[in-house]
Design a protein around this ligand. Sequence first.
Ligand code: CP
Length: 324
Amino acid sequence: MRHLISAADLTRDDAVLILDTAEEMARVADRPIKKLPTLRGRTICNLFFEDSTRTRISFEAAEKRLSADVINFAAKGSSVSKGESLKDTAQTLEAMGVDAVVIRHSASGAPYRLATSGWIDAPVINAGDGTHQHPTQALLDAFTMRRRLVGRDAGLGKDLAGKRVTLVGDVLHSRVARSNVDLLHTLGAEVTLVAPPTLVPVGVESWPCEVSYDLDNVLPKSDAVMMLRVQRERMNAAFFPTEREYSRRYGLDGQRMARMPEHAIVMHPGPMVRGMEITAEVADSDRCTVVEQVANGVSIRMAVLYLLLGGSEPAAPATTTRTE
Ligand code: CP
């Protein structure tokens, strides 16, 4: 694996290796000094053309925990606002000697273009492109499901075979949904999408999942329920569902959550819109893994960077790794 552009590019073995490596990386977070010398002397650029809270900070934390030098680039306030192209921005970074580029872009396909154009030589990691893919989000979600539904140590080497995962909401505009469907299918899970008919993508019949319009019917058969935000910023105003109608049919409140099996978890990639797709009662409940997903994201991104950049130090367990 030279780049990470799409969850669909990962084989089962690739994905399980990343999840297992992330378990090793998670041990670093449990230590008083949360740092490994693995990427010392390597420079990573976080190239964000679109807003982000979790993903940008998570990549930066992962890079710093691996001792990389970090350059943060935000399109806002850069020469992109003067009309500079992706090609010229990329070549500027190449000239500065970056060893890897993490990119978020509103255009689907921008990370693929960067990885295959020859503009730069460094590995490219997709941190979310348009409505297309967000592979590290799918990996951190799978990591969270494996820990919660299979077991932290019992899960090592294992996939999510037979686990029933329901994704609910604005599937049409969701790169998280696309990435999750691809990865969960590769890992053996059974995926059901629940969405209003206007927010189901054309061609969904060819996706490796079921589609339902009846949330109450699907909830009792779910091991994990992932709520998706309605992405108004990507919608024509004519498609805006009314908040009250949307919440009534597709929102998760305490009453609906009670329909889920006792062991089942509630997930959300964030950012959440409390009161729209999820109530505060559910978001703040013990069954909701939102904060855990964020913490797990750092371990996953450390694992991806380690595997792509081939760190000079082994990802050994905490008891045997060197610290700085
Ligand atoms: N989940 C996610 O990608 O969140 P951000 O947009 O805040 O990075």
